[in-house]
Design a protein around this ligand. Structure first.
Ligand SMILES: [Zn+2]
Length: 74
């Protein structure tokens, strides 16, 4: 019986991966995440999973929303 972990991404990088995807990182941090992704297949897989989720969220946030919602920060 195999007992594969669902997420094998390095613990310390998971938050950075998400921030990287939404463009919330400094250029320096982006570079660090990118170089880690290049050397870590587990984080690469996690990154691809997150990219799907973030892609869906981006689509949702583009949908017209009723007035009265929080204004989007610029
Ligand atoms: Zn990693």
């Amino acid at each position: 019986m195999t007992n594969q972990q669902r997420s094998g991404a390095c613990h310390g990088w998971r938050g950075d991966l998400a921030a990287y995807l939404v463009g919330a990182l400094d250029p320096q941090e982006c570079a660090a995440v990118r170089s880690h992704l290049g050397s870590c297949p587990a984080c690469q897989a996690e990154y691809e999973d997150l990219a799907v989720v973030v892609g869906c969220l981006t689509l949702l946030s583009r949908a017209p929303r009723p007035s009265g919602q929080c204004p989007r920060p610029k």
